[in-house]
Unconditional design. Structure first.
Length: 578
């Protein structure tokens, strides 16, 4: 006889149990659990035990809560422990237009994203609009009163102020005003404020670069951001800091209109430092004056003066027109038609080519320019990048203002830096080519350089001769104040008057110095180029040797350790008894 146990529920005839043979164990378990729950209440009623019905309901609710909180805990653990790890730049704002953090070559932060907030107001939910106006104005003194009043007097929800910092958001939130809400925004910030501002550039609130490296590498920065990675530039913040410090100090001291400084790796073309004075706070780009916002390195044009003699003499040597011992007559003014060309530091004698360089003879370089002819000079200036915009990633790189004719008189002027206006970036790139063994490579803000093989400008022998001349100019010529102990600095001074109201005005001039260190050693020596230009100094000397060369010397002295350049102190020459 079969005993019926009322505690065991059996399905009524025609009611099928869940299938178990054709599904996975996990689904089978879930099916049986659902089947059990569905019929638990029926069992309780069938057994006439309402308290069992209540216990089952409580049990079911507890299981639901446990399941929900377990899922939340698992999600939090996954986000904290298992989500992909990137660089500094992982965004906290869902759907934000992500940009990677910008860093210098050593990983120091240049630009990042921080969550800000947009302040939104729905006027229909504001109890007292006048009171709300006053309270928000007190909490946010910088908010536009006109815009705030327009939003409060409107009839729909509008943004009253974008870009609130977390502290500003909290100040408004603490007012407990009706109709006020906040929406997160991914905002680009620049923790160094004004340092390297022209080089870094800015990005807009939509996540697009608008200037500087932010624009130049816009797609690459966004791609790196999507991967959670940083984007490294070639700049070294230690070098940048020294350059800005020295440049700003001398510009303020001499009352300059502006100043420029560039440090570049001569082997790779990487920009290690780029400074344009005066600067501006990158976080307040809209408040900068036109003078401060101008990147003089890439966009300002100058007649450079005697630094151009390096290019003229290099072309003469490379073509075989002259060598360091060639004699050139500078005993009297050089006449081209009715034009009289004289030397600022007149020697009134016949000079060797080396002496032409050391005495910065306008007469000597003018004679060379006329002798080499228009085609030859144009060819070398083209290869040196002096007749087109400097090839670099920055969109701001400007084309030069070059002559239309290449007459004898024009070439004579160009030989000593007049008649053509170029940017400091072009000057730097051309100097790099002359001192690195004769190869012109594009300058680059990308860590590792542009990767270009470049093209040959002059022979390796000519490049070595130019380094020797530049070192001699620091030891025995006009560049003495650029010397730095043990670093073997070489370079060339430049001084030029500006054209004002149709004439060259000596009260409006520029002083510059183009340098290399160390100047000695074989072509593959790791060396660096420094270019400094002081624009319209109003106090003291305006000559490059007096105003720009000392800056170069101090910059080289301070950055050598960062760059691994060893000092070599040569022993004094022995005294020969006579």
């Amino acid at each position: 006889m079969t005993v019926h146990d009322p505690r065991v529920f059996r399905p009524a005839p025609g009611v099928a149990r869940p299938l178990t043979s054709t599904v996975s164990p996990w689904l089978r378990w879930m099916g049986e659990a659902v089947w059990f729950v569905e019929h638990a209440f029926e069992r309780a009623r069938a057994d006439a035990r309402p308290e069992e019905d209540t216990r089952v309901r409580i049990f079911l609710i507890r299981m639901v809560f446990i399941a929900v909180f377990s899922l939340l805990a698992l999600g939090a653990a996954n986000a904290a422990l298992l989500a992909p790890r990137g660089g500094h730049g992982a965004s906290a704002v869902a759907g934000a237009l992500q940009r990677a953090d910008l860093t210098d070559r050593n990983g120091s932060l240049l630009a990042t994203n921080i969550t800000h907030y947009g302040l939104y107001i729905d006027p229909s939910e504001v109890w007292d609009r006048d009171a709300a106006f006053r309270q928000i104005r007190r909490a946010l003194p910088g908010i536009s009163a006109t815009r705030l009043r327009r939003v409060l007097d409107g009839d729909r929800r509008l943004i009253a102020q974008p870009g609130l910092t977390p502290a500003e958001r909290q100040a408004v939130h603490a007012l407990a005003l009706g109709g006020v809400s906040f929406e997160p925004e991914d905002r680009r910030v620049y923790p160094l404020n004004s340092s390297a501002a022209h080089l870094i550039g800015t990005a807009d609130s939509g996540g697009q670069g608008v200037s500087g490296a932010e624009l130049a590498f816009n797609d690459a920065i966004r791609e790196a951001g999507a991967k959670g990675e940083d984007f490294a530039l070639s700049v070294d913040l230690r070098v940048q800091g020294v350059l800005e410090n020295e440049l700003g100090a001398v510009a303020s001291e001499v009352g300059a209109k502006g100043a420029v400084g560039v440090v570049a790796d001569a082997r790779t073309g990487e920009i290690l430092g780029m400074a344009s004075w005066p600067g501006y706070d990158a976080n307040r780009r809209g408040q900068a004056s036109d003078n401060a916002a101008l990147n003089r390195v890439t966009s300002a044009h100058y007649e450079m003066g005697s630094v151009f003699k390096t290019f003229t003499i290099a072309a003469a040597i490379d073509t075989g027109l002259a060598d360091l011992d060639t004699m050139i007559d500078a005993s009297q003014a050089y006449m081209i038609g009715n034009r009289r060309i004289q030397d600022f530091h007149a020697t009134n004698k016949i000079l060797t080519l080396e002496e032409v360089y050391l005495h910065s003879s306008n007469i000597g370089t003018s004679r060379l320019a006329v002798q080499m002819g228009a085609d030859t000079m144009r060819s070398y200036f083209t290869k040196l990048g002096l007749l087109d915009a400097a090839p670099i990633e920055l969109k701001e790189s400007a084309r030069p203002r070059r002559p239309h004719d290449w007459s004898d008189s024009t070439r004579a002027s160009m030989s000593f830096g007049y008649g053509i206006m170029i940017t400091p970036l072009q000057m730097t790139a051309a100097t790099v080519a002359l001192v690195n063994g004769g190869i012109y490579r594009p300058l680059s803000l990308r860590r590792g350089g542009a990767g270009s093989e470049g093209h040959r400008v002059v022979s390796a022998e000519t490049s070595a001769a130019m380094r020797e001349l530049m070192r001699a100019n620091v030891l025995r010529g006009s560049g003495g104040q650029a010397d730095a102990e043990g670093l073997r600095v070489g370079g060339k001074t430049g001084s030029a008057n500006k054209l004002v109201n149709g004439r060259y005005d000596p009260s409006h001039g520029v002083g510059s110095f183009a340098a290399v260190f160390p100047a000695d050693g074989p072509d593959d020596t790791q060396r660096y180029v420094i270019f400094v230009l002081i624009d319209e100094p109003s106090q003291g000397s305006r000559l490059g040797g007096a105003v720009a060369a000392p800056v170069v010397g101090r910059v080289a002295d301070r950055i050598a350790g960062f760059l691994g350049v060893r000092r070599r102190i040569d022993p004094p020459a022995p005294v020969v008894a006579r």
